[in-house]
Design a protein around this ligand. Structure first.
Ligand code: ATP
Ligand code: MG
Length: 310
């Protein structure tokens, strides 16, 4: 898809990002950023659909548009991103010759999208090199200045709660528009995500009532003030899939409350982190078990709890 076609699609299609359910504000922001050709960073907790949204943008642009993915990690180097001088070729062709230069990933994204997942997990050096390329279309590799006459849309993702990461510098952030994604807006949207994206196992039936119960519990934990790491959509997907396989193992054709009881600790305990004030008193396993026993009974989610908050 060329730029003109993209603009037409963005303006005419009501929902060009069909792989993402809900998140209307984020979708609107992506549309407007793409229309003005701006670089963006999608910000949000793990498992809320950042990668899915970026992939949907790529899908929209079509197969002919390059979509190059870089996974941000502490051992990513400037050379991985930009390229490097190959010493053997440098000897053969001369050190300043273009043949001696092996292009890095960023070149492959020319006239397409550079998708930089978890940008804040890569070293500051890489962030600076990226900045230089996007800003000045130039970079310094070793003692060489290389021109980067490339044209791309940059889409990064970043998880603001990840403490093991580099902080993005203000100068870098100033070059991007930030688009925020949130947990699914309500239980109905999350249910739709789970049904559409979760795996159906051997035709095991999951009643609406029990599916709502699982998602209700996950959403309750997200509201819990004692948790510093909250369960994502992957937790809801996990409960949905594991309860089905548990039913299958018990030779049943439908999920029962007992299946949920059998699997919830294994699905949820490692997906939460208790705040330090409580961490030393209780393990996540015991905490989850207590919360389940306290809040979840074998009944429907009360109608008033299906409101926007939950
Ligand atoms: N709003 C949504 N619409 C559709 N699918 C969603 C939505 N939110 C989450 N998902 C589903 O949840 C799973 C995780 O999504 P994804 O990998 O895109 O998250 P992420 O934000 O990139 O996570 P991470 O930060 O861990 O990389 C996928 O299966 C995805 O389909
Ligand atoms: Mg991701």
């Amino acid at each position: 898809m060329n730029t003109k076609e993209l603009i037409k699609t963005l303006l005419n299609e009501k929902d060009p990002f069909k792989d993402i359910i809900g998140q209307d504000k984020a979708k609107q922001a992506v549309k407007s950023a793409l229309l003005s050709n701006r670089h963006i960073i999608i910000v949000g907790s793990p498992g809320i659909g950042k990668t899915t949204l970026a992939k949907n943008i790529a899908k929209l642009l079509g197969k002919k548009t390059p979509f190059i993915r870089i996974q941000g990690s502490p051992d990513l180097t400037v050379e991985d991103l930009l390229g490097d001088i190959d010493p053997i070729k440098a000897l053969k062709y001369g050190p300043l010759s273009i043949e001696a230069f092996t292009k890095g990933k960023i070149f492959k994204a020319d006239k397409g999208i550079l998708f930089f997942d978890e940008l804040n997990r890569c070293p500051e050096k890489v962030q600076n090199a990226l900045l230089q390329v996007l800003e000045e279309k130039k970079a310094t590799i070793g003692s060489y200045d290389v021109d980067f006459d490339i044209d791309l849309i940059f889409i990064g993702t970043m998880n603001p709660e990840d403490t093991s990461t580099e902080k993005l510098s203000d100068v870098l952030l100033d070059r991007f528009d930030l688009i925020y994604m949130c947990y699914p807006e309500n239980i109905h949207i999350e249910k739709e995500i789970v049904i559409k994206k979760g795996n159906k196992i051997d035709n095991i039936d999951v009643s609406d009532k029990l599916l709502e119960l699982m998602i209700h519990f996950v959403r309750l934990l997200r509201e819990d003030k004692n948790l510093e790491k909250k369960p994502s959509v992957r937790a809801s997907l996990g409960l949905y899939e594991r309860s089905q396989s548990n039913a299958l193992l018990n030779k049943r054709k439908n999920v029962t409350f007992d299946d949920i009881k059998d699997v919830f600790i294994s699905v949820l305990a490692h997906r939460i982190r208790l705040k330090p004030s409580i961490k030393y008193l209780q393990s996540p396993e015991t905490y989850i078990k207590e919360q389940f026993e306290k809040n979840i009974i074998d009944s429907e989610v009360p109608e008033e709890k299906k409101g926007d908050l939950l």
